[in-house]
Ligand binder design. Structure first.
Ligand SMILES: Cc1cc2nc3c(=O)[nH]c(=O)nc-3n(C[C@H](O)[C@H](O)[C@H](O)COP(=O)(O)OP(=O)(O)OC[C@H]3O[C@@H](n4cnc5c(N)ncnc54)[C@H](O)[C@@H]3O)c2cc1C
Ligand code: FES
Ligand code: FES
Length: 1311
């Protein structure tokens, strides 16, 4: 593939690997081709991971390195994304840059819609997208209105504005380089000549295991295919590519018909258009878009429906390469095009020995991935007919994520009425996602045809449809109830649209009223969810007037590596050039959840080309386990496995491909052990826990329940979360060559832990192991313990072979092996008074910890410490357990249990409000801490700023007025509901394990005055190096440009603590401050001697006067503790507070929702860097939004993780960004406990993403009340469209019969 060619052969490492399957956009490049027929050059973005190199003959490829660099000139796209703070860890940035660059090459002044479409297939796990979109927005030609006073309303409007202080901005547009299209790289003229050559030759490329042939004529193509019917025709490679990569499908011969012009021809006939099967989906879309305005409206119904589907199918990068013929022939069960093409009576023209036309109908799709065509037949073109007068065509789809996601159910529907009549002449309905093929609802259609389009006909049709498209409860794909209900909802939506059309067509108002007897038509209308992204506000305080201009503290300084990240020059672990003789390590993991290993046969693997060795537990010279809380975790399983994905051995080979092939050839035999434990319930039943279990109590809960007005019991289940850092686990272990010394280059949050682990594993002292961390492409807690284990295994391979060994996990392996956030089950009993006061609460938490303890006990402790959130509940009891199960072990994840803990509490408070019939925000307010307060672990604090955040959030969001507007909206809308919620957070900062709060630094001043700062924190996108640079700049009184931070390494600063718990800058900032102050004081005599001298002159003088220009700094950190026996302590240095208000609009028929507006107010003291801090707030919020509404891990009944890539596991994309996303930093806040009065911010806001969950729940409640359902109801997290839709309990979901639990084997476990 192009990606490995670029990275490994050309050493152009700016293009990143994120998933290998077209699902993340990290590998985006721009491809340009010359088209001889039109003599034009086309440019399009594409995923390099799916682009076969051979396919690129004659094309020009531009990577991020090609458009600009710091050595020459950076491109305006690179500059704007960087300066708008759109790059944090930077791993997604080159892909973002290239998607935007390709857009600008085609349209230098794009619209916002163009931008969001271009970026739809690029995932970012750090930023929350807002700053990226804002950076790109600067290319749009739009009004300069800031919209600060609401939509379309500028801050310049209104009388008072002259007196208002100007808000400081995060970046200044006026600084930007202009976009000058004349400066872009030109298409190589030699490629134009080549393309115009009269006699193109057949191309043949031969590889190790495959031959690639690219014919030039249809005749030759037919011959090739006839003699090699099994050889696939590769066009966009978006189906064949992932199959080869992920399913191990091998093709000895591949035929590439991309140079056969007949496959790209487009013709128009009186009946419709004929599109070449080779046309890309983007081309199809733009062709249809051009045709629509040229044709009478009635003729374009099918075209418009296709355009709509094409807008949502895959991403721009996929649509740019995926072909129309490829989509049809792939015969995906949930193809978006096949149902609508079939419903629209399309036909395909195929060729083999002869030509024939085949209708695209129910007979065309025969089974999963198979069509009626013979293997040797080639699809040449697709005929798409015009619609007729009286014919209406619509397509609908519902997917786990709005964009860049295969549909759960997708449909195409067509109905034809004769003129002036409401009697159906013809109808066809096709669904995708309802079985192994695209299916026709033929019986349903038969029941409608020749009948009037009215309530009676449709009512019968729903029942027949339900019967006709029945799915067994354990059907592949799961979500059976939801899928069945979607078929009905879509038909209902079609009904509404047809009624609207009929009304327009025949003016049958009376007819309409007869059809819909029970509802008002306006109330019934379903407009699409809003999607226009508006300008957002980021409010923060100016630095004080007296602050020197040179002092960068408190200013929105850009991330110090943002430009290198945007140009692709930033070096991540896997970008380090290969060393001589370097080997690659691939892991072999268990395929059983609970079994004895009875045999390990590596003989076949060892014989494969390039394989050097296989590493097993026996090869480990030192400790074979990592230990925590008295439990041992084996590095490589020796005799027993306890989860699918547990590492058993590792194959070392000369290349990645050889190592992977070797790993696939290792054979492990097992003897299954009885009764694996997967779910929390199973663990509880078998008392399968990791000790110690924890409990905390304040007051007397049992007694208090006796005196309350009401008691309510409920429970909530919350799913886990995959870190999905964009850079997968990566490491390179290099033996130095003497005295068992090793350099470990690794992407970890805790270099010291990796150093310790490698030393113990190799049985050598720590002083022989140096860990280097340049930067991390996202971590979120997932690169601490698991990385140390992976690095230990890799070090054994390096030690044994005496070669450098690299290990970079593929996305699927990473997701399978490394675990994530703990899923939980929370059960609560709450006692409260009728006035809303909660008097007693008893909460039990069970976490699914997986097969090893890892940090689960600490997670459980943090759950209990945060269970009060912002509420002063006088009698509060919490019990928590880490359940030991046969699933991959879970680990730290941003928030470390807090997002699970508080979720249960907020759900409980919500239930209390519903029971009392009071607004939840009132009940929250009644129960909040007020005045000097004491938590349930007897920690004294002032909630003043917590209450300020709450009040300010209410005011900024205009909560009361919007609440009224929402109620009104809901009264007027039957199928779409709005919901809103206001959620507070109080988050403890620092480690209760006191020793982890220390930090050290080493600062060198060189003779030329440049300064090198080393500290223990690692840069993973959170901007710690940028903030530290600001600290050093202030303390040394020199500009940040003189200060450099090269990496984090264990030989400069030893015995460091993890960059975690939102405490990295607090601790390391103080250590650096300390070192810098020492140095500054040492220079004092020289400054006095030469007050007019410069920094450089004092430094030079110091050297000649033999004054040390190097100093260490140390910060002891606060002495924190938690005594679990006494149930009291001081586990935190201080709290970070915040509040968030979100409003959503929910489509009750599909569960689809959109966050319309988000307002977040956060108290982070005096921000060290508002752009970095706001970036952390937005990124954490979006990760929380993903956790609570989108991201779903699914395990098979045997414990195998199904969701092992971005196609199955959806993290938020640009389409999930709130349409208005405002962040306000609380002003005039001070924090005496951290550097320069700032506060830690990495984790706290993640929980505020739950505000979207509660807004959805609020909207669902409004929908339920339409069905007469009131009172508390359960909605588990994440509130996916499936859960939200089913919870709405519409008349369609209620039609779906319940499957009796126990009568079938569910497809996925409810862990
Ligand atoms: C990340 C991602 C997201 C996606 N999202 C969606 C989505 O939301 N909705 C959706 O519908 N699809 C989606 N797809 C699927 C995508 O649309 C199809 O894979 C694509 O259209 C196939 O076209 P291709 O040119 O890439 O096919 P290839 O992979 O090149 O070929 C696919 C198959 O079609 C055969 N074939 C191709 N052309 C011909 C021909 N002319 N005659 C005979 N046989 C032929 C080949 O032999 C091969 O078996 C997604 C794919 C990816 C990777
Ligand atoms: S690596 Fe290519 S899309 Fe993810
Ligand atoms: S900055 Fe986008 S993934 Fe880190």
């Amino acid at each position: 593939m192009l990606l490995s060619f670029l990275r490994e052969k050309l050493r152009l490492t700016g293009t990143k690997y994120g998933c290998g399957g077209g699902g993340c956009g990290a590998c985006t490049v721009m491809v340009s081709r010359y088209q001889p027929a039109t003599k034009t050059i086309i440019h399009y973005s594409a995923n390099a991971c799916l682009l076969p190199l051979c396919q690129l003959h004659g094309a020009a490829v531009i990577t991020v390195e090609g458009i600009g660099s710091t050595k020459t000139r950076i491109h305006p796209v690179q500059e704007r994304i960087a300066k708008a703070h759109g790059s944090q860890c930077g791993f997604c940035t080159p892909g973002m840059v290239m998607s935007m660059y390709a857009l600008l090459r085609n349209k230098p002044q794009p619209t916002m819609e163009d931008i969001t479409q271009a970026l739809a297939g690029n995932l970012c796990r750090c930023t929350g997208y807002r700053p990226i979109v804002d950076g790109c927005r600067t290319f749009c030609q739009e009004t300069n209105c800031c919209q600060a006073n609401g939509v379309g309303n500028c801050c310049l409007n209104g009388a008072n504005n002259a007196d208002e202080p100007e808000h400081p901005q995060l970046f200044d547009k006026d600084d930007f380089l202009p976009l000058d299209p004349t400066q872009e790289l030109i298409f190589p003229p030699e490629l134009i000549l080549m393309a115009e050559m009269a006699n193109p030759q057949t191309l043949t490329f031969c590889g190790e295991r495959m031959t690639w042939v690219s014919p030039t004529s249809l005749e030759e193509l037919v011959q090739l295919k006839t003699s090699n019917p099994k050889a696939p025709l590769v066009m966009g490679n978006t189906n064949i590519g992932p199959d080869m990569r992920f399913k191990g499908v091998q093709h000895p011969l591949i035929i590439s018909p991309t140079r056969v012009t007949e496959l790209f021809e487009v013709t128009q006939t009186p009946q419709g258009v004929c599109l070449g099967a080779g046309c890309s989906l983007s081309e199809v879309r733009s062709l249809l878009e051009k045709l629509v305005p040229q044709l009478p409206e009635e003729k374009t119904e099918l075209f418009k429906a296709l355009i709509q589907q094409l807008g949502n199918l895959g991403s721009q990068q996929i649509r740019n390469v995926a072909s129309l013929g490829g989509n049809i022939m792939s015969a995906y069960p949930n193809s978006d095009l096949n149902p609508i093409l079939a419903a629209g009576n399309s036909k395909v023209s195929v060729i083999s020995r002869g030509r024939r036309e085949v209708p695209l109908n129910q007979d065309f799709f025969v089974s999963f991935g198979k069509t009626i065509l013979k293997p040797e037949e080639i699809l040449v073109s697709v005929f798409i007919p015009f619609s007729r007068k009286g014919e209406f065509v619509r397509a609908f789809r519902q997917a786990p994520r709005k964009e860049s996601s295969f549909a759960t159910v997708t449909t195409g529907m067509r109905v034809f009425f004769s003129e002036g009549s409401r009697v159906v002449q013809d109808i066809s309905i096709y669904y995708g996602g309802m079985g192994p093929t695209t299916v026709s609802a033929a019986k349903t259609c038969a029941a409608i045809v020749a009948r009037p389009w009215d309530d009676e006909t449709l009512s019968r049709a729903y029942d027949i449809l339900l019967d006709e498209l029945a799915l067994p409860p354990s059907a592949p794909g799961g979500k059976v109830e939801f899928r069945r209900s979607l078929t009905l909802s879509f038909l209902f939506k079609f009904n509404l649209e047809v009624l609207q059309k009929l009304r327009e067509m025949v003016g049958l108002i009376i007819f309409l009223q007869n059809v819909i007897t029970d509802e008002l038509p306006e109330k019934m209308q379903i407009k699409p969810l809003p999607r226009e992204i508006q300008r957002s506000l980021q409010e923060f305080q100016h630095v004080s007037k007296g602050q020197s201009n040179q002092d960068p503290v408190g200013r929105p300084i850009m991330h110090r590596s943002a430009i290198s990240q945007a140009t692709g020059e930033a070096v991540y672990c896997d970008d380090i050039p290969k060393t001589d003789g370097e080997l690659f390590l691939a892991l072999v993991t268990s395929s059983r959840a609970h079994a004895k290993i009875t045999g390990l046969d590596v003989s076949e693997a060892l014989q494969l080309p390039g394989v050097v060795d296989v590493i097993t537990s026996k090869d480990i010279p030192g400790k074979k386990v990592r230990s925590m809380f008295g439990y041992h975790e084996e590095l490589l399983a020796e005799s027993k496995v306890s989860c699918i994905g547990q590492m058993v051995c590792a194959v070392v080979a000369d290349t990645r491909a050889h190592a992977k092939r070797g790993a696939a050839a290792v054979k492990i035999s097992y003897e299954d052990l009885p009764d694996p434990v997967f779910t929390i319930e199973e663990a509880v039943e078998k008392s399968s826990f990791f000790e110690p279990l924890r409990m905390i109590e304040r007051g007397n809960v049992t007694e208090a329940f006796k005196s309350v007005d009401q008691v309510y019991e409920g429970e909530m289940r919350m799913g886990g979360q995959e870190h999905f850092y964009m850079e997968t686990q990566s490491m390179l272990v290099v033996p130095v060559g003497e005295e068992t010394e090793f350099n470990v280059y690794v992407s970890t949050q805790w270099p010291t832990l990796t150093q310790d682990a490698v030393a113990e594993t190799l049985d050598i002292p720590s002083n022989r192991v140096t860990c280097h961390v340049k930067r991390i492409g996202g971590a979120f807690g997932g690169k601490v313990t698991k990385t140390s284990i992976l690095a230990s295994i890799t070090s054994v391979a390096a030690w044994k072979t005496n070669h450098a060994v690299r290990c970079v996990l593929e996305r699927g392996e990473d997701m399978l092996i490394t675990g994530g956030r703990h899923p939980i089950l929370g059960k609560y009993k709450v006692g409260f008074m009728n006035d809303g006061r909660i008097v007693a609460a008893d909460i039990q938490y069970f976490t699914n910890a997986g097969n090893t303890v890892d940090e689960s006990v600490l997670v459980v402790e943090k759950i209990l410490l945060h269970m009060d959130n912002t509420y002063n509940i006088p009698n509060l009891r919490g019990r928590a357990a880490a359940c030991r199960t046969n699933l991959p072990s879970n680990t730290a994840f941003r928030g470390f249990g807090v997002p699970q803990s508080i979720m249960v509490v907020e759900n409980m408070v919500n239930d209390v409000a519903v029971v009392l019939g009071r607004p939840p925000d009132q009940v929250r307010e009644i129960n909040m801490y007020k005045g000097l307060s004491v938590t349930h672990y007897k920690f004294e604090f002032s909630p003043e700023n917590m209450l300020r955040c709450w009040e300010e959030c209410k005011a900024k969001s205009d909560y009361s007025a919007r609440r009224r507007a929402i109620d009104q909206f809901n009264q007027q809308s039957r199928w779409k509901k709005r919901g809103m919620s206001l959620i507070p957070i109080k988050y403890g900062i620092a480690f209760a394990e006191s020793f982890l709060n220390q930090a050290a630094a080493l600062v060198h001043i060189y003779k030329d005055g440049s300064v090198l700062v080393n500290h223990g924190g690692t840069e993973m996108g959170q901007g710690i190096h940028t903030k530290i640079q600001q600290v050093a700049s202030r303390e040394l009184h020199i500009p940040p440009s003189k200060i450099y931070i090269s990496e984090t390494s264990t030989n400069t600063v030893p015995n460091t603590c993890p960059s975690a718990a939102s405490f990295g800058t607090d601790a390391n900032g103080m250590a650096v401050k300390n070192a810098c102050q020492t140095l500054y004081q040492r220079l004092e005599p020289l400054r006095q001697k030469d007050p007019k001298g410069s920094w450089e002159s004092w430094v030079r003088a110091a050297f000649f006067e033999k004054i040390s220009l190097s100093a260490t700094g140390f910060h002891r950190g606060p002495d924190l503790y938690m005594d679990w026996d006494k149930m009291e302590g001081q586990p935190y240095a201080y709290y970070t507070f915040g509040a968030c208000c979100c409003e959503v609009e929910l489509d009750c028929l599909t569960g689809d929702y959109r966050t319309v507006k988000t307002d977040i107010v956060v108290d982070i003291g005096r921000s060290l860097n508002p752009s970095v801090d706001i970036g952390q707030i937005e990124g954490a919020f979006m990760q929380g939004l993903g956790l609570y509404t989108l991201e779903e891990l699914k395990f098979s009944p045997s414990g195998l993780l199904y969701t092992r890539g971005p196609s199955q596991y959806k993290i938020p994309a640009v389409c999930d960004m709130p349409l208005q996303f405002n962040v306000y930093l609380l002003s005039d806040s001070h924090n005496p406990h951290a550097i320069y009065s700032s506060k830690g911010i990495g984790e706290p806001v993640l929980f505020l993403g739950s505000s979207v969950f509660f807004a959805i729940k609020d909207a669902v409640a409004a929908a339920r009340s339409e069905s007469g359902l009131v009172g508390p109801f359960s909605l588990d997290s994440p509130a996916t469209p499936e859960r939200a839709c089913l919870a709405c309990a519409s008349r369609f979901t209620q039609k779906i019969p319940d499957s009796k639990p126990g009568s079938f084997k569910p497809r996925a476990l409810n862990i």
